[in-house]
Design a protein around this ligand. Structure first.
Ligand code: GMT
Length: 376
C-alpha cells in the first residue's frame, strides 16, 4: 500500500530530527509520498528525491503578539497540506507541541488523517514534570491514533509520569548503515596531531547539562594519566565555556580537541577507539548506535534507554551515573587490552544489524501505518 505521509519534527541538529528525516527518506525510497512540514529544511534532508516534498511553516511577527504564534502557524500549515495533498498519515515527532498541533490540524482539515506520535524523551523526561504542560502532553498522547516510544525505558517512564490512557508501542531507533560504517580516515589523525600510540576517545552531543560532559572530561583526565590518549569533543551547546575552563583546570588542554558541530561523523568515529556517553537523561542515545556501527565500543551510564543500546560486557560497558572511578577503570580495561578492544569493536559493528536494522525498523513503522489505514 503506497501512502501519503506528512512528517513534522524539529529540523535542527538532534537525534529526533535525524530519525524523522532518515525515516522519511527510507519511506520515500520504498515508494511512499513524503511531505515534511517543518520550520526549516531538516538538516539531514540532503537528497533530492521525487517522492519527497517540503512545506515550510513561517510565522509572522505582528506587534500585537507578545509571542510569535508558531504552534498555530504549524497547525494551519499542517491542515493546508493534509487537505491539498490528501495525506493518509501525519507522523509527528514529540508530543509538545507537534502532536497537539496535529490534532488541531486534523480538526481544521476535517479529514480522517491518522496521527502517529513518536516520543523521543525530553517531552516526557523534562517537560512531563512541568505542571504548565502536563495536561497538554497527556492530551497529545491520548488523542493521537497511535503513539510510539524509542525505548522500553521511555515507554515505562511515560506511563509513570503522564499516566495517559493509551497503549504505547516501542519502536527502537536505527541508523543508515550505508553511511555509518568504518571508513578509511587515517589522514584525520595526522591532521589533528594524534600520535600513533595514542588512543582516541570521542563524545558527541548537544552539550546540554543533562549530557554530563564534565564527567566525560573528568573521566578522560583519569584515563590520560595511565595511557597516551586524546579526547574528541564533537558538538556545541550551553556547557561549552564551562568545559573549556575545566579542561584548563585539569591541565589537559593539549589532549582535548573541541571540534564543534561536524558533518560526516562516520569519519570521526572511524578514527576513535571508544565513545563515552555519560548522560543523566537519555531515552535512547542515537550517537552510541552511530559510533558502534563504525566499530566503536561505548561506555554509557545506567540511565534511560542507554542499556537497551549498549550491552554491558559485549559492545561496551554500563556504569553508574557519575562513578568516574568505575568509568575510567572500565575504559582502561579495554584500551589497555588490544584483543579485548578488537572483540568489543567487532561486537559493536554488528550491533545495528543484530538489533536495530533500518529495514526492519522502517517495516515496523509501515506496518503500524497500514494497521491504522485498515481501521478506517
Ligand atoms: O538528546 C537531546 O538533547 C536531543 C534529543 C532530540 O530531540 O533529538 O534527543 C532525544 O531523541 C533522540 C532520538 O530518539 C535520542 O537518541 C536521545 O536519547 C533523546 N534525548 C534525551 O532523551 C535526552
Amino acid at each position: 500500500m503506497k501512502l501519503k505521509i506528512g512528517i513534522t519534527c524539529y529540523p535542527t541538529v538532534g537525534g529526533s530530527g535525524v530519525i524523522a528525516t532518515e525515516l522519511g527518506k527510507m519511506l520515500a525510497e520504498k515508494g511512499h509520498e513524503i511531505h515534511f512540514i517543518t520550520s526549516n529544511v531538516p538538516f539531514r534532508l540532503d537528497v533530492l528525491h521525487h517522492n519527497i516534498f517540503f512545506h515550510q511553516v513561517s510565522v509572522n511577527q505582528y506587534s500585537v503578539f507578545q509571542y510569535p504564534p508558531y504552534d498555530i502557524a504549524l497547525a494551519s500549515k499542517m491542515a493546508e497540506v493534509i487537505k491539498r495533498e490528501q495525506l493518509d498519515i501525519l507522523h509527528v515527532h514529540y508530543a509538545i507541541p507537534h502532536a497537539v498541533c496535529a490534532i488541531l490540524a486534523k480538526q481544521m482539515a476535517g479529514t480522517d488523517v491518522k496521527i502517529v506520535t513518536t516520543l523521543h524523551g525530553t517531552d516526557i523526561t523534562v517537560l512531563g514534570y512541568d505542571e504548565t504542560l502536563a495536561e497538554a502532553i497527556k492530551f497529545g498522547i491520548e488523542k493521537s491514533d497511535s503513539v510510539t516510544a524509542v525505548s522500553n525505558a521511555l515507554k515505562l517512564q511515560t506511563n509513570e509520569v503522564v499516566n495517559a490512557d493509551k497503549e504505547i508501542n516501542v519502536i527502537h531507533n536505527f541508523i543508515d548503515e550505508r553511511i555509518y560504517r568504518k571508513v578509511e580516515a587515517d589522514h584525520l589523525k595526522q591532521a589533528y596531531g594524534i600520535q600513533d600510540d595514542e588512543k582516541v576517545i570521542i563524545h558527541v552531543s548537544n552539550f546540554r547539562k543533562v549530557k554530563r560532559v564534565s564527567d566525560v572530561v573528568a573521566a578522560f583526565a583519569k584515563i590520560a594519566t595511565a595511557i597516551p590518549a586524546k579526547l574528541l569533543l564533537v558538538g556545541d551547546g550551553p556547557e561549552i565555556s564551562r568545559l573549556c575552563k575545566l579542561v584548563k583546570e585539569l591541565n589537559i588542554e593539549d589532549k582535548v580537541l573541541f571540534l564543534g558541530r561536524q558533518d560526516h561523523l562516520e569519519e570521526l568515529y572511524s578514527i576513535s577507539d571508544l565513545m563515552l556517553l555519560l548522560s543523566e537523561k537519555e531515552s535512547f542515545g542515537l550517537v552510541a548506535l552511530e559510533a558502534m556501527a563504525c566499530g566503536v565500543p561505548c561506555i554509557g551510564t545506567n540511565v534511560g534507554g542507554i542499556p537497551e543500546v549498549i550491552t554491558d560486557g559485549y559492545n561496551g560497558f554500563i556504569c553508574k551515573l557519575g562513578d568516574l572511578g568505575e568509568i575510567s577503570k572500565k575504559a582502561l580495561s579495554l584500551l589497555q587490552n588490544d584483543s579485548l578492544l578488537q572483540e568489543f569493536s567487532y561486537n559493536a559493528s554488528i550491533t545495528p544489524l543484530e538489533r536495530f536494522q533500518s529495514s526492519m525498523i522502517v517495516d515496523e513503522y509501515e506496518k503500524l501505518y497500514e494497521s491504522l489505514m485498515q481501521s478506517v
